[in-house]
Design a binder for this molecule. Sequence first.
Ligand SMILES: [Zn+2]
Length: 118
Amino acid sequence: MYQGECHCGAVSFEISEAPEKLVDCNCSICRRIGALWGHVSIDSVNINSPAEGTTAYVQGDKTLAVHTCKSCGCTTHWESLQADGEYMAVNFRMCEPEVIEQFRIRKFDGADSWKFLD
Ligand SMILES: [Zn+2]
């Protein structure tokens, strides 16, 4: 079980499945957020947030919504907007450093080739 929360604690999560890796992506939004994404099945994640506690940012091809705490501005996760979306990603930067250290971090070229760079 992995746990994390935004800086103010309004938004927190628990994940019951270990992601295979954490993804450091260089696409236009990820490089700005500085997220370390852990991709997991929707069923394995519990997001605890007050009603409308996050801002959902949708851009480009509108396939996903990036959620950010309205109070402290930390990006906590993204969710698929596709009806058959089975995966989501949680920003492991919301976890303690000891948790992040357990995973391999892979650089993903989301800006261009859509391939891992390592
Ligand atoms: Zn917050």
